[in-house]
Every structure is written in structure tokens, then in C-alpha cells.
Design a protein around this ligand. Structure first.
Ligand code: TNX
Length: 764
């Protein structure tokens, strides 16, 4: 019957008619969902029926959402005589649903939601929101069906760093809303770091009066020398009143707020306010740049009682059973120099400074436990003496978490390899500045928080996972949105949905069908990187062959060439991509890939086609495996590496030389050789000691054609080094760059072998 009037109905409503969404389009994927024929229609006559005050609040939030998105506000009533047009919210523990679980039955006349707790009711309504039309429509239909759903892990989290950049209370609430929309239940609030202390502590007012403000901020990427700063006083903090407000707001959305107070390192802002916290020195500045600093708190009685006072106020503000005490990246230089630390190590019979950090952590651990709470910290805090209740957040891979679980500590997985949302999610020159790593959404999705090496008895110690958004390169909230969306959706699915349900292709389809249009509607600034193409380059006769592949075969790929670096494609100059094509002249290539709805992803790439491009190249010493992705061809692929550098565009030689021979195929006239180098000592990448060019007609007899010393390379800017060779006819060009050799004292990486990084060799 239904299908007979589907067509006239569609005609009548025109574009306003939208087919209701299948129950299996929800993100995170429910444990089980089946569609039944028919729709439930939400209108102003629909009522939400519940008789529990906690659920009434969830119902009111649902109604507010419906009012904002569709102009339909629904009444929340304790009972309803007419069973039609009702959405029932029922507390029912007889079904033995796991914590936070719910069941939902949608029939044409009414919807019944059952859950054992308030979170379950809230998540059912969250699911229902995703079953309502993706765009505003006259008729708000929800597909009939039934769902049983509950989370795989109890800790589904996201961290926001508000120290490196500060976000207002309203922005933090918006962030919390984003978490709630995908059933995440933990907001880890990174409140203190070297660059700013952001929480009011009544007993120590200077923490915010002094520590919340810095006199400028690094411009561009760290590691660039010399660093440049703006001179804008930057900062801000949350009053205790504001914190209480945020915590209450989060609680209404079933989100636990875990505060983080960093100690003993990442604490320059605290040291600037109270220099007595340090081992020595009486003047510190709130950091203006991104780094791991030598100055850290000293584990003295003063520091211990100071930080316990801070934690007391923190525990008054945050009901969370876990309180995060940081503990990462504590350099031990100051502790090695400190008489106090050295005598404390002796007195306690400790092995070294790391053990002293363990002892310091224990002082906090005992204190927090005495208040009926637990500490959680980064994997560096794992030592023998921790209370059984202490938990570990595993960031340097998963091994710290695995070790902790084996010792029966609770663990939250948050490895840089899969869950660092401050890393790039797309390749290409149009990406906004980010931390150096690369973390596309399919890598996030591939992560399983449960390590396969744990026994059944150890597995319950894995509480779940969380992603971290460090904000060194996230200056405003638009950029927060860009970094978390849509990777947040993948995080939600790996922490909520059953492992067997994981399917990236299906997930990305649901993203495009059910999520992207909503984000578009709410003007959320999300990344379109999922449409990103892989660009494969190979050698062609006089240039390179370009081939694209994508995660999605329905993708529509078009490209064009422009003379400048603008991404604008002019109409009429666009080509539909049908297969590999050759680039044999220098140009700017612009590529757009679009999927089934309006979103698209554009990137551009400059090609420098010269006599060496695509020619055969051999290396006497191979690059070090870690930086060898594209092989020797990387140096003649027509692409100069981007800055900030990204591994795949460079070859790296750890302690060894570059010795490259290019066969130009035939004898050619040449006058210029260019070599691309990197000078980033902060990353232990050093220019070569010298650079030599040799040429040959036959590939056996070589004669020198020029050489440059370290100082000459440096004076050319150390990036794109040009040799003018006397005009000559040659077939083979050999480039030798001698590794700088052991890094001298006083330089980053002193005493170690340096990296030599090369991205391109051009012959003209
Ligand atoms: C390491 S992860 C840090 C942070 C940085 C982050 C950048 C961790 C516990 N410490 O201080 O912001 O890398 O990715």
C-alpha cells in the first residue's frame, strides 16, 4: 500500500520530501538495528512522555534540537492518554541492558525507548536525532524499526588543550555538544601547560594573574630557526564559577569532565607565577613557543603541598573519579643539577631521577586516593609504587597501556599513531598548518583499543580510548572543528560499536549520507580529506605519469592546470580524469574530487619538470628506512618537498651520505644543477659538510663540475642549492652530499649522528 502513494507524495512535497533514513545509517553503528516498513511522523503534536526528572531534561534537550533544526518544539509530559504520536521514555531494568544501553522501537504510531539508566535514554534520543531528516524539511519522518544498542567501552573520550590556545566557555560547551552528538562520554580538559595556566585557584591567585598570560606567541612552525614571535599578549582562564557551569552542562549530556593539571613538567606557567616551585632560578616566563622545556617543578615539600592544595580545589570543582596529573615529558636536567634532588634520591634509596618522579607521583596518588578519587596520568607515571586505583593514559603507542593492564591498572588508549587529532589529516599544500604527523581518518578507524596481547582477565582493565587535540597549531574554534571532524566520528565508532561491525567503506558512506549534510547545515568547518586521492607518480619519457586512486570508486575526479598557486579552476579548462596522464612541462596541477553530495576536496601540486625528471637514478647508499617511502625516484619526481616537511616527499640519511647518479638517457647540454636540502636542527636534520657535482659521458669516467662548502650552502639559504656549471655536454650527473657528521656540543642532538634530508635534484 505504502508504495502506491509514494510517488504522488514525493511529487506533492517536491524537494521538501525526504525519504526517511535507514536505522543502519547511524554513527556510531548500533549493536543491532533493523528497519520495518513505515514511518513515524514528528510534528508539533508529538509529545515526549517521561516521569523521571533526569530524563525530562534529556527530553527537553531533544525538543530544543528539534525546534532549532525543524521548527518543531515538542511538549514533555509525565503521561499521555492517547498512545499515538508519543515518544515514551521508560526506565526499565528488567531487560538487563548493559550500562548506557537502550532499546528503541519505532512504529508508525509511537516510539518506545527503554533504558536502565539516564545515559541510555539520552543515547536513544541521540540516535533518534540522527534518524530525523538530514536537512530541514516540511515533513519530519523517522523510519520504523528497532534498535538494541550499548557501548563497547566505558571510556569514550576526547581531550582539548586550552593552554596553547584558549577557548571560551561557549566554545567549550560547543565542543561538549560535539562529543555528545556521537555518544562520547568523557571530556578531558587539559587546563595547564607551559604556555598558560587556565583554571582559577583561590589559594594561589598568581597562577592565573601571572600564569594565564604570555607576552606573544610563536609564528609558524616550531623548529624553524630563528623563531619569530608576535608581540600580542595572549591568554585567559576560567573562573571557578565558569568551571562549575561547564561541568554541569557536560553532566546534563552524560559527559564526565576529567581535569588535567600538569606536573612536574609542562609547568612553566606555574613557575612564572610561583618560582619557588622550581629547583633553582627566581624568574620564569610563560612560554611563547612550543617545546619541551628544561625548567620543571622540583619535588620539594613546598611543591608537594602546593600541588596538593591545587588538587583539593580541583576535586571540589570536578566530581570525576579520575583526576589527571599529567606526568609526561619531564626532562631531568634540573633535577640532576639540584642538590636537593640528589640528596632526596640518596635518602629514599632511589635508582635515579626517573624513580624520583615516581616518588613525586606517589605523593599525589596517595593524596588523591585519600579523598576517594584516583589519579590518571600519561604513560610516564607508570612505576611499581602506584596505588591499585591509579590509571594510565597510553600515548607513546600502546605498549605503556599494555604494561599497565598487565599490572592491573586501568588504561585509556590514546596513541599518537592513531588518536592524535593535532596531526594532518590530508596531504597537500592547501592544508592548514598542523603538527608534523599524518593521521587520516581511515587510520583512526583502523585502531582497536583492545590490544590482542591481553588475556581475558587483563582485558577489562582497558577502559577505552580517547583522542587528543593539542592546540599549538589550532588558533581558533573554526580550526578545532576542522581538526576533530570527521575524525571524531571514527573515534566514536571504534569506542562504541562492536568490533564485528567495523567496515570503513560502509562507515564512510554513512558519513556522507547522514553526517556531512548535517555538518553542512550547521556550518561546521569539517575536513573533506576523506575525498582525498592518492596521487601515484612514476617515471615517464620526459616527465612523470600521474595516477589517482581513491577510497571511494564513486568519486568524480577533475583536474586542471593553472600558472600560479591559486586553487581556482577556471571553467572550460577542466578535464575529467579517466586514467593516468603524463606531465611533461612545469606547471601547477589542481585536482578536485567530489563524492555523492556537495562536499569536495581540492588540492594542488606544483611540478618542476627538468632534464632529470623521470630519468633513471641510482643511490650508492640507500636512504634510512624510516624516510625512504618513495625510493630514489623521490629525487627526480618533479616535486620539491613542502615545508613544514612531510616524510613522504623527502629521503632521509641517518649519518650517511647522499651519492646519487642520474642517467639523462642521452648526452645533453647542461648549465645548472639544483639540490634540495633541509636545515632543521631542532629535528636533528643538518646540512651536509659539503656538496660535490661530477659529470660523465660514459658512466665510468667522472670529472668534477663544482663543489660547495657547508658555509656556502648555508649562505644560499640551505634549502634549494644552485650550482652553475660551465655549459657542457654530458650524459651522467653525480651529486654527492657528505653527511655533517656527529652533532657538536651545544646543538640539538649533540653527540648523535645527524639526518641529511634531500627532496629533489634538478638538472637544467
Ligand atoms: C606531546 S602527548 C605532548 C604534548 C604536545 C603533543 C603534540 C603528551 C602527553 N605530551 O605536550 O602538545 O605531543 O602532539
Amino acid at each position: 500500500m505504502r508504495f502506491t502513494f509514494l510517488i504522488p507524495l514525493a511529487f506533492f512535497y517536491g524537494s521538501a520530501f525526504s525519504q526517511s533514513l535507514s536505522l543502519s545509517t547511524v554513527i556510531p553503528a548500533p549493536v543491532s538495528a533493523s528497519d520495518y516498513p513505515g514511518d513515524f511522523i514528528i510534528s508539533k503534536k508529538t509529545v515526549l512522555v517521561c516521569n523521571n526528572s533526569e530524563d525530562s531534561l534529556s527530553a527537553a534537550l531533544f525538543s530544543a534540537h528539534s525546534s532549532k533544526e525543524y521548527g518543531i518544539r515538542m511538549k514533555v509530559v509525565p503521561q499521555h492518554r492517547d498512545s499515538s504520536k508519543a515518544i515514551y521514555l521508560i526506565r526499565d531494568s528488567s531487560r538487563h541492558l548493559p550500562a548506557e544501553g537502550y532499546s528503541m522501537n519505532i512504529s508508525p504510531s509511537h516510539i518506545t525507548i527503554r533504558a536502565g539508566d539516564g545515559a541510555g535514554i539520552f543515547y536513544a534520543l541521540t540516535t533518534l536525532k540522527q534518524l530525523m531528516p538530514v536537512t530541514r524539511s516540511k515533513k519530519v519522518t523517522v523510519h520504523c524499526g528497532s534498535i538494541t544498542d550499548y557501548p563497547r567501552f566505558p571510556w569514550r573520550g576526547m581531550m582539548l588543550d586550552v593552554s596553547r590556545h584558549f577557548f571560551s566557555v561557549d566554545e567549550v560547551k560547543q565542543f561538549i555538544d560535539y562529543l555528545a552528538a556521537y555518544k562520547l562520554n568523557t571530556f578531558h580538559w587539559h587546563l595547564t601547560d607551559d604556555q598558560g595556566w587556565r583554571i582559577e585557584i583561590k589559594k594561589y591567585p598568581l597562577l592565573t594573574e601571572v600564569g594565564a598570560w604570555r607576552n606573544g606567541t610563536l609564528i609558524g612552525h616550531a623548529g624553524k630557526s630563528p623563531p619569530a614571535y608576535d608581540s600580542i599578549r595572549y591568554g585567559g582562564y576560567y573562573t571557578q564559577q565558569q568551571i562549575r557551569d561547564v561541568v554541569a552542562y557536560a553532566q546534563e549530556r552524560f559527559i564526565n569532565v576529567v581535569p588535567e593539571i600538569e606536573m612536574p613538567a609542562h609547568s612553566l606557567a606555574a613557575l612564572a607565577a610561583y618560582p619557588q616551585l622550581a629547583c633553582s632560578g627566581d624568574h620564569f616566563e610563560v612560554a611563547r613557543r612550543w617545546s619541551v622545556f628544561d625548567d620543571v617543578m622540583c619535588p620539594t615539600p613546598f611543591t608537594i603541598s602546593f600541588m596538593q592544595d591545587v588538587l583539593s580545589e580541583v576535586m571540589d570543582l570536578f566530581p570525576s573519579s579520575y583526576i589527571h596529573i599529567g606526568g609526561d615529558e619531564c626532562k631531568k636536567l634540573r633535577w640532576k643539577e639540584s642538590e636537593y634532588c640528589q640528596s632526596k634520591i640518596k635518602e629514599l634509596g632511589l635508582k635515579n631521577e626517573n624513580a624520583l618522579q615516581g616518588w613525586f607521583t606517589q605523593q599525589m596518588d596517595r593524596f588523591v586516593e585519600s579523598k576517594g578519587r584516583h589519579i590518571i596520568g600519561w604513560d610516564e607515571i607508570l612505576t611499581d609504587g602506584l596505588s591499585a586505583g591509579a590509571a594510565i593514559m597510553s600515548w607513546q603507542g600502546t605498549s605503556g597501556g599494555i604494561a599497565a593492564a598487565k599490572l592491573h591498572h586501568a588504561v585509556v588508549m590514546s596513541p599518537t599513531s592513531h588518536l592524535y587529532f593535532d596531526y594532518y589529516q590530508a596531504k597537500g599544500s592547501l592544508e592548514p598548518l598542523a603538527f608534523n604527523g599524518y593521521l587520516p581518518i581511515d587510520t583512526v578507524y583502523a585502531f582497536d583499543p583492545m590490544p590482542s596481547s591481553l588475556t581475558a582477565a587483563e582485558q577489562p582493565y582497558i577502559l577505552g580510548a580517547q583522542a587528543n587535540l593539542w592546540t599549538e597549531y589550532v588558533p581558533d574554534f573554526r580550526q578545532v572543528e576542522y581538526m576533530i571532524f570527521p575524525r571524531l566520528c571514527a573515534l566514536a565508532e571504534i569506542t562504541w560499536s562492536p568490533r564485528e561491525k567495523k567496515d570503513f567503506g560502509n562507515f564512510s558512506q554513512r558519513l556522507r549520507q547522514n553526517i556531512f549534510p548535517r555538518l553542512d547545515g550547521d556550518a561546521v568547518n569539517y575536513s573533506k580529506a576523506i575525498y582525498q586521492l592518492n596521487m601515484n607518480l612514476s617515471a615517464a619519457a620526459n616527465g612523470v605519469t600521474v595516477q589517482f586512486s581513491s577510497r571511494d570508486s564513486s568519486m568524480n575526479i577533475r583536474y586542471a592546470f593553472t600558472s600560479d598557486s591559486s586553487s581556482k579552476i577556471l571553467p572550460g579548462e577542466i578535464t575529467d580524469y579517466r586514467g593516468p596522464f603524463v606531465i611533461d612541462h612545469s606547471c601547477q596541477l589542481v585536482v578536485t574530487a567530489s563524492g555523492s553530495h556537495a562536499s569536495s576536496f581540492t588540492f594542488s601540486q606544483r611540478f618542476d619538470i627538468n632534464k632529470a625528471t623521470g630519468k633513471s637514478i641510482t643511490l650508492a647508499t640507500p636512504p634510512t628506512a624510516k624516510y625512504s617511502t618513495g625510493g630514489p625516484f623521490t629525487l627526480v619526481n618533479g616535486i620539491w618537498g613542502r615545508l613544514p616537511w612531510h616524510g613522504s616527499e623527502w629521503l632521509g640519511f641517518l649519518g650517511t651520505d647522499l651519492n646519487a647518479t642520474i642517467d639523462l638517457d642521452s648526452v645533453q647540454n647542461i648549465s645548472v644543477v639544483e639540490v634540495g636540502l633541509l636545515d632543521e636542527n631542532g629535528s636533528w636534520i643538518y646540512l651536509p659538510k659539503n656538496l660535490e657535482i661530477f659529470v660523465s659521458d660514459d658512466g665510468t669516467q667522472y670529472k668534477p663540475a663544482g663543489q660547495l662548502s657547508y658555509d656556502e650552502i648555508k649562505s644560499q639559504g640551505g634549502r634549494r642549492i644552485t650550482f652553475s656549471v660551465p655549459d657542457m655536454s654530458v650524459r651522467f650527473v653525480k651529486v654527492v652530499a657528505h653527511n655533517y657528521g656527529i652533532i657538536p656540543e651545544g646543538n640539538p642532538g649533540a653527540g648523535f649522528e645527524p639526518w641529511l634530508f634531500v627532496d629533489e635534484i634538478a638538472v637544467r
